[in-house]
Design a protein around this ligand. Structure first.
Ligand SMILES: Cc1ncc(COP(=O)(O)O)c(C=O)c1O
Length: 404
């Protein structure tokens, strides 16, 4: 049997591969600190768990509409209005199996064989694979720390060619946590629109703004953490992707959504009907409770905890003499420059895991540009684990200094 070239060409997701190596070490009896995966340790809000157990008393889980439960689409629309002061018609919201499901459907709807799509380097590896899966040819554009590792209008202009169909940007991004400036994003949206292209904006970390000072600034008022949907001029060419996985801590529930141009809705509906039938009914019913005041208060408390952890991590990294070249504004990642250690990212991660039992992810998971110089640390981990992990990384870095 011969497997499809598109399948065999996919590289492994290194963050997961390091997780498997960590499991092997644990099976040998070692205590491994896992800072490799982008999975919040908080889990779903209590109100969601309560809603789930109530629904289990009267199990009724038929297929829903392919676009999702109407009440959930309405609740997401209300969330945009209340949290982001942004009007989004529920009819343009498609509930999906995570942001991944949304990206798959959007790629199926937009990408033809041989189309070129522009993405920044570094960026979340799976996003480019959805585009590749439908024959898209992804150009990874090197980004710079001074631009927050985000694309600029200039980059898009200089890489756009006659085959270019669109741009995909995640903001705040994985692996850097850095956001694109709203004006720059709007300028890119305008350029895509003028060139008959699309712009997919992955806003999965939008509501996880990090507070540098410990103040309780509202995420939506911070520069760079505005949804692109506030620019209503681009609603016919911009697709916004979001998820219940990160802010709501519901990774394994496989639930997300996208907001699409009205003309794209029937296409998405047909694709969703055929490819998924519908998102999980069980998860959708429980997720309605995400938008209760208790659940939202719990998510905000989790965000404050992540901000405190970010401050802990950034100062520990600095004390090790390593650099974070662009300070993250959201998410739960530190993209650490390890050039000073003299090791490349893979050697750094391999030695750290083998000798100090801490799992990180090498920059090579996220692209090619200077990928050997960076490792990603995820601080979506309990404080005691994080503190011990940082202590071990510091010991590892000191050992490298002694050796060199
Ligand atoms: C930038 C980005 N987009 C999309 C996803 C996929 O998330 P989901 O669990 O909603 O499919 C992730 C997961 O880490 C991510 O970091």
């Amino acid at each position: 049997m011969k497997f499809a070239t598109r399948a065999t060409a996919i590289s492994p997701f290194l963050a997961m591969a390091y997780g498997e190596k960590a499991t092997e070490l644990e099976q040998q009896g070692h205590n491994v600190i896992r800072l490799n995966l982008g999975e919040p340790d908080f889990g779903a809000p209590d109100a969601v768990l309560d809603a789930l157990s109530t629904s289990l008393d009267k199990p009724d889980y038929p297929y829903t509409s392919a676009l999702g439960l109407p009440q959930l689409r309405q609740a997401i629309s209300n969330f945009y209005l209340e949290k982001h002061q942004c009007t989004v018609c529920p009819d343009t919201i498609v509930v999906t199996a995570g942001a991944s499901g949304a990206l798959l459907l959007a790629s199926a709807a937009l990408v033809e064989e041989g189309d070129n799509i522009l993405l920044g380097d570094p960026s979340y590896p799976c996003n480019r694979r959805f585009l590749n899966a439908f024959g898209g040819d992804v150009t990874l554009i090197p980004t710079r720390a001074e631009d927050n590792f985000q694309l600029t209008l200039k980059d898009v202009q200089s890489y756009w060619n006659s085959n270019t169909k669109g741009v995909l940007i995640a903001t705040p991004a994985n692996p850097t946590g850095t956001a694109i400036k709203s004006d720059e994003l709007a300028a890119i949206a305008r350029y895509c629109q003028q060139h008959n292209g699309f712009l997919i904006v992955d806003e999965i970390y939008l509501d996880l703004a990090l507070e540098q000072s410990g103040s309780a600034t509202n995420a939506s008022t911070k520069e760079g953490l505005q949804t692109i949907l506030k620019h209503t001029d681009f609603r016919d060419t911009v697709i916004v992707v979001n998820s219940f996985s990160k802010y709501f801590g519901m990774t394994g529930w496989r639930l997300g959504w996208c907001v699409v141009p009205p003309a794209m809705l029937p296409i998405m509906e047909r694709l969703a009907q055929n490819l998924f039938i519908c998102p999980s009914t069980l998860s959708q019913k429980a997720a309605l409770a995400c938008f209760t005041p208790q659940a939202l208060a719990q998510c905000e408390a989790n965000r404050a905890t992540l901000s405190a952890r970010a401050r802990l991590v950034f100062s520990a990294i600095e004390n090790m003499g390593l650099a974070i070249d662009a300070i993250p504004e959201g998410a739960f990642y530190a993209y650490i420059n390890i050039e000073k250690t003299g090791l490349n990212a893979t050697a750094f991660c391999d030695q750290l895991l083998a000798d100090f039992h801490v799992a990180l992810t090498p920059g090579n998971d996220f692209g090619n540009h200077r990928a050997d110089s960076y490792v990603r640390l995820s601080f979506a981990t309990k404080e005691c684990q994080l503190t011990e992990g940082l202590r071990r990384i510091s010991a590892f870095v000191s050992r490298l200094e002694t050796v060199s």
